[in-house]
Design a protein around this ligand. Structure first.
Ligand code: UD1
Length: 421
């Protein structure tokens, strides 16, 4: 198993390019099977989750080829509507093929997904949405099965603006006759990217990014070439890497509007963030930092996917900070590990109370999920002595070349493979 050895204390300096968004790429890949013509997706990050989604599409009969950051998917001969457990268990986002399959084949069987251990993550909102469109959904032997009965567009009010449910329903509705309106829809930039992709294939969707999305079903979708948006969570993570090490880092390939909540929190804390030449410069100076409170919210609120990384940062700032996690009930798995590095954090339900101090100390810690892993790497970059982070396979699911990018910025970090047992 891979582990990172990090010697903290070096201010990061230099420039890196942010990769394409993981959370845009995955639904867009799923949506590609809705067309029987060639789909070309550019700016695709080289990640384990992308490889798992490619396997899922191949299992359904699609041809998937990748050259550098370009994916070519041909689903002309799609011959199965079943995604088996061996694939769906590897990644929660594999559930996104359900909406795509219902749209294209009017029939789908998807084993219940696995993924990051950050809460129960049910699929009731997805199911209610499909049912409203006239698909009959049954659950048998760990599979969610769907079949078209009397399908037509409808009004769907989501109880919560779930990203996955919005995307899944949007895909099914794009090839379901009549008009569908999704209300209280997720407004994340990745939902907008999916809308743009589907529209380029010939769909008729308006309103993504607002809280009501209107989808007029069309009969078929065609060829498309699309470039995925930059990864706002990767950008946010490197912004903290600069801040936590009192560094001076430039990020290329960012959409500033997508990271406003992170920029405004960092500015409030005392980090200098400026926009120049289409990029972002983040200059840290720990003498200026003040504690701060964070509450995770659906977009455009503060992203839950940045909460663990901010927790690491706040642990290194003198004074008391609060973090309230409202999206996932079990997203404090990194706290125990940060405490092993000397952090003083107490959890009361969904609230974490952080008594920050100047420095964390290196320790052996384990990444339990993707963003928790990123948080531990950040903590290691600022800690005294050596930090060993295990469970790197979680980090590799969502950060392209993280080791190379950190090394480019001057971080003292190496990777070693340990044989199990
Ligand atoms: C997506 C992101 C993930 C991010 C999350 C929230 C992808 C591939 N993943 O995950 O990185 O952390 O959005 O921004 O894009 N819920 C229900 N019932 C449902 C669906 C969701 O109760 O049917 C709940 C979940 O348990 C969770 C909350 O809604 O508490 C948010 O989940 P959701 O927005 O659906 O997240 P994902 O799409 O799984």
């Amino acid at each position: 198993m891979e582990q990172f050895n990090i010697w903290g204390g070096t201010p990061l300096k230099g420039q890196i390019r942010i990769s394409g968004s993981k959370n845009s790429t995955l639904p867009i890949m799923a949506a590609s099977i809705m067309s029987s013509e060639e789909v070309i997706i550019k700016n695709v990050p080289d990640l384990e989750d992308v490889r798992v989604m490619a396997l899922a599409l191949q299992e359904l009969g699609a041809k998937v080829t990748k050259e550098k950051d370009v994916l070519i998917i041909n689903s002309k001969n799609i011959n199965s509507s079943e995604l088996p457990e061996k694939i769906s268990r590897k990644m929660r986002a594999s559930n996104l093929v359900m909406g795509a399959l219902l749209g294209r084949l009017k029939n789908a069987q998807v084993a219940y997904p696995g993924g990051c251990a950050i809460g129960s993550r049910p699929m009731d909102l997805h199911v209610k949405g499909f049912e409203k469109l006239g698909y009959v959904i049954t659950e048998e032997y760990g599979y969610m099965k769907g079949k078209a009965q009397d399908i037509k567009g409808n009004e769907i009010m989501l109880d919560f603006p779930s990203v996955g449910a919005t995307e899944n329903i949007m895909m099914a509705a794009a090839l379901t006759p009549g008009t569908t309106i999704i209300r209280n829809a997720a407004r994340e930039p990745e939902v907008v990217d999916l809308q743009n992709f589907l529209n380029r294939m010939g769909a008729n969707i308006k309103g993504a990014g607002l809280d009501a999305i209107r989808i007029k079903g069309v009969e078929r979708l065609g060829r498309v070439e699309h470039t995925v948006i930059p990864d706002r969570i990767e950008a946010g993570t490197f912004m903290i890497a600069s801040a936590i090490t009192s560094g001076d880092v430039w990020l290329e390939n960012v959409v500033v509007e997508h990271i406003h909540p992170v920029i405004s929190k960092l500015s409030e804390i005392g980090v200098m963030v400026s926009v120049a030449n289409g990029g972002l410069r983040i200059v840290g100076n720990r003498k200026r930092y003040k504690p701060s409170d964070i509450k995770t919210m659906p977009y455009p609120g503060f992203p839950t996917d940045m909460q663990p990384q901010f927790m690491s940062f706040l642990s290194t700032i003198n004074g008391t900070s609060l973090v309230v996690e409202t999206i996932f009930e079990n997203r404090f798995m990194h706290v125990q590990e940060l405490c092993r590095m000397g952090a003083d954090i107490k959890i009361e339900g969904r609230v974490a109370i952080i008594k920050g101090s100047d420095k964390l100390e290196g320790a052996r810690v384990e990444a339990s999920d993707l963003r928790a892993g990123a948080a531990l790497v950040l903590a290691g970059l600022s800690a005294i002595d050596e930090t060993v982070v295990t469970g790197i396979e979680h980090i590799n699911r969502g950060y392209e070349n993280i080791l190379e990018k950190l090394t480019t910025l001057g971080a003292k970090i190496t990777s070693t493979q340990k044989v199990d047992g």
